[in-house]
Design a protein around this ligand. Structure first.
Ligand SMILES: C[S@@+](CC[C@H](N)C(=O)[O-])C[C@H]1O[C@@H](n2cnc3c(N)ncnc32)[C@H](O)[C@@H]1O
Length: 213
């Protein structure tokens, strides 16, 4: 299926997809307090913020560019503060946030400059010493992935980009690319893992928690 914009793709799956890269609460809990101000960028239907809510956090805000995701999240978790955003901007004050979550969002942004624009916005909104907690997908070396990376490279000019027949255009990252994107954060956790994907496969992944420099 072809969508004119990726926002349309994410709107189209707002009621059908379950997202999968898990919150590892034990990794982040030593660095936050109950009153911490937590923002989830690309929050989807709000499942991760709901986990923080269940643990007693109240200062929670989610942003997503897909209005249908936000509306689905508001129905599932009416107590969450979820907002539609645009252009990788959050419209909140600089130096205002203790923790930004970024779970499986860079994978949706295939363009280097757009990825950097979002990382810069996250730097802007974090308090000095504030944290980013990022989950994302890394390059794999199995045949299914190698074939689709090759086709994606021909079409999009970036290795690791691939298209799903359902209309999503996604990116798996070279670990060096992740280093580049996180260069303005002091690493606190930097681990490789295996994540389940939203379509039931597995993929290499990264868990990164970093402090704003
Ligand atoms: C794979 S889903 C993950 C959702 C959520 N972070 C989770 O883990 O449950 C990616 C989400 O990011 C949103 N998204 C992708 N690119 C975005 C962008 N540039 N700005 C805001 N939201 C974006 C999509 O609409 C989608 O809801």
């Amino acid at each position: 299926m072809h969508f004119t914009s990726q926002t349309d793709y994410w709107n189209s799956v707002a009621k059908s997809k379950e997202f999968t890269t898990n919150l590892n609460y034990g990794l982040i809990s030593p660095f936050i307090k109950q009153e911490s101000n937590i923002v989830d960028y690309g929050c989807g239907y709000g499942r991760t913020l709901n986990e923080f809510h269940e643990k007693g956090f109240n200062n929670l805000t989610g942003f997503d560019y897909a209005a249908e995701m936000i509306s689905s999240g508001k129905k599932r978790f009416p107590f969450l503060n979820l907002k539609v955003c645009q252009d990788n901007k959050m419209g909140i004050l600089s130096d205002s946030t203790d923790l930004v979550l970024l779970f499986a969002v860079l994978t949706c942004i295939i363009d280097d400059e757009k990825q950097q624009e979002l990382m810069d916005e996250i730097q802007r909104v974090l308090k000095p010493g504030g944290l980013i907690y990022l989950n994302d997908f890394l390059l794999n070396d199995d045949e299914r992935n190698l074939n689709r990376y090759e086709i994606g490279f021909e079409k999009h000019g970036t290795y690791g980009v691939f298209e799903l027949t359902e209309g999503a255009i996604l990116r798996h990252h070279d670990p060096l690319r992740m280093k580049e994107l996180t260069k303005n954060f002091i690493p606190v956790v930097d681990e490789k893992t295996i994540f389940k994907t939203m379509n039931g496969h597995t993929s290499k992944g990264i868990i990164f928690i970093g402090r704003k420099r």
